[in-house]
Design a protein around this ligand. Structure first.
Ligand code: UFG
Length: 329
């Protein structure tokens, strides 16, 4: 069994990827500092190390002890608003610490790396759907912290032979189909979990941030991608690297978008609950439309989404919220 180190494996996308790795016969090993992750989300029997990606002694020890052959690197801060208030925190936690992490891996002769990147690297797109070769011009420090890492990888590839794939996620959403894992952020800022908390009666309603965008119903359009489809993309990327596809950047989205109002309407149908809406001012930094061009990942990695209809996304997230109304306790 191939041993894959998953940094941030106790987080939202990391924990679903660990589950998928187990299902596919890999041996995942989790490194997570539990600052935002949840120990309860790490599957039983999976080796778990609580610690920091910048702790090179620990990283080298894990690689040796667990015979790690490749890494999927999720560990990061990911709140856009927080990044605008504390850019230095994001440059340290995401960019600088990833640099130290990758140095430790290379010292231990681990050269294969899949990296959790984001559509926030593009900023406000000139062209939608957004192709991978679109200009990168992030409008928040979070996107910039991730873009710097992507760019650093090219140099590490030239100097040390790092083999890397960066997956630029669009809007990760949904939950494990059995309701065992799901999204539990503190604070929660994402649209779908906030809508479902309103459906549960834990919030008075959902605020729509802006109703005057240049979209058919005036609300922002996003490309929602099921977390299980994201997890699968990581495994296909890992396998493609192993077969020598070479390093690069790939979008992960569906190629279609839904407006905020469409998401709320779908949630009303799926839950059968009342979801009160408050029309609020725009949130700073939200582009009208973010939709991925997905030809590259479909053609080169043979990836396509299986769970990402809006209904499946909202249904699986609703199952999680009903079973875990207070998240991982
Ligand atoms: N929205 C609301 N009300 C809310 C929360 C969100 O109307 O209470 C709207 C937002 O304005 C946006 C849409 O719902 O138009 C989606 O918002 P999210 O906060 O769920 O997601 P974002 O599109 O802002 O951001 C996500 C990830 C980021 C990533 C970005 C890149 O959370 O990490 O996608 O595509 F950078």
């Amino acid at each position: 069994m191939e041993s894959i180190l998953v940094s941030g494996g106790a987080g939202y996308i990391g924990s679903h990827t660990v589950k998928t790795l187990l299902d596919r016969g890999y041996k995942p090993v989790v490194l997570d500092n539990l600052v935002t992750g949840h120990w309860q989300s790490v599957a039983r029997g999976v080796p778990f190390f609580q610690g920091d990606i910048a702790d090179s002694h620990l990283v080298r020890r894990i690689v040796e002890k667990e015979h790690v052959s490749a890494v999927i690197h999720f560990a990061a801060r990911s709140l856009v608003g927080e990044s605008a208030e504390k850019p230095d925190l994001y440059f340290e936690e995401n960019t600088a610490k990833t640099n130290r992490f990758v140095s430790s891996l290379l010292e231990s002769a681990v050269k294969r790396l899949i990296f959790s990147s984001t559509a926030a690297t593009y900023g406000i797109p000139e062209e939608v759907p957004i192709p991978e070769n679109a200009p990168t011009s992030p409008i928040n420090p979070y996107g910039f912290s991730k873009l710097m890492i992507e760019q650093s990888f090219s140099w590490l590839e030239k100097a040390y032979g790092l083999e890397w794939i960066a997956l630029r996620y669009f809007n990760a959403a949904g939950a494990a189909l059995d309701g065992s894992l799901g999204e539990d952020h503190i604070p929660e800022t994402h649209l779908i979990p906030l809508i479902l908390k309103a459906a549960l009666g834990q919030r008075e309603g959902i605020s729509i941030f802006g109703t005057d965008y240049a979209t058919p119903d005036g609300t922002c359009i996003r490309d929602y991608i099921h977390v299980l489809d994201l997890a699968n993309a990581h495994i296909l990327a890992l396998e493609a690297l192993g077969k020598g596809i070479g390093s690069g950047v790939y979008n992960v989205g569906t190629g279609s978008g839904y407006s905020v109002r469409e998401v709320i309407e779908t949630a009303r149908q799926v839950t059968g609950r009342t979801i009160p809406v408050v029309e609020s001012p725009r949130r700073p930094g939200d582009p009208d439309r973010l939709i991925a061009k997905v030809a590259k990942i479909q053609t080169l990695l043979g990836w396509s989404p299986n769970y990402s209809s809006l209904e499946q996304i909202v249904e699986s997230a609703w199952t999680w919220h009903l079973r875990h109304p207070n998240g991982f306790e």
